[in-house]
Design a protein around this ligand. Structure first.
Ligand SMILES: [Zn+2]
Length: 136
C-alpha cells in the first residue's frame, strides 16, 4: 500500500530523476563542465553556470548531517504527525533532504553512514518510489 505524499515537482529533468527512483537508482545531474553534482534538479550548474548537466547513478551512500521531527502540519494532513526528516550528505557531495527508513531519531548520530532505499508512495501524479535513507 503506497504512502500518500505531497505532490512532487514533475516535468523536464524532474521526470528523469523520478524514473531513476522507479528503477531503485538515485540519479542526479553532474555538470559536464566542472564535475559538480547538482541537487535539487536544475537547468544550470550552480557552481559554474553551465547548462551541460548529465544524469548519472550515484552510489546511494552518504552520512547523516542533521535531522528533525516535524510536529506542525505543513502539508495539511497529507503526512501523519509527527514525521521525521533527515539531511544526508551524499558521498558525491550534495546535501539531500529525505526521510529516515527504519531509523528512530534517538538512534541517529551526526556522521553516521547511511544508504538509500526506496519506498512506494503516491501523489496526484500517480504512484512513485521515494528515496529514503537507512543505516548503512
Ligand atoms: Zn559546473
Amino acid at each position: 500500500m503506497p504512502q500518500t505524499r505531497p505532490n512532487r515537482t514533475l516535468g523536464p529533468r524532474h521526470d528523469e530523476f523520478w524514473a531513476g527512483c522507479a528503477n531503485g537508482e538515485l540519479r542526479l545531474q553532474r555538470c559536464a563542465a566542472c564535475g559538480v553534482v547538482a541537487w535539487p534538479v536544475t537547468s544550470a550548474c550552480e557552481e559554474c553556470g553551465s547548462p551541460d548537466l548529465v544524469f548519472e547513478t550515484l552510489s546511494g551512500r552518504g552520512t547523516m548531517t542533521s535531522w528533525c521531527t516535524f510536529h506542525y502540519d505543513y502539508y495539511r494532513g497529507v503526512l501523519p504527525l509527527p514525521h521525521d526528516t533527515v539531511l544526508v550528505e551524499l558521498e558525491e557531495g550534495p546535501q539531500f533532504i529525505s526521510n529516515p527508513f527504519n531509523l528512530d531519531p534517538k538512534d541517529m548520530k551526526v556522521g553516521m553512514p547511511v544508504k538509500v532505499n526506496f519506498i512506494d508512495c503516491e501523489d496526484a501524479g500517480g504512484v512513485f518510489r521515494l528515496p529514503v535513507f537507512e543505516r548503512a
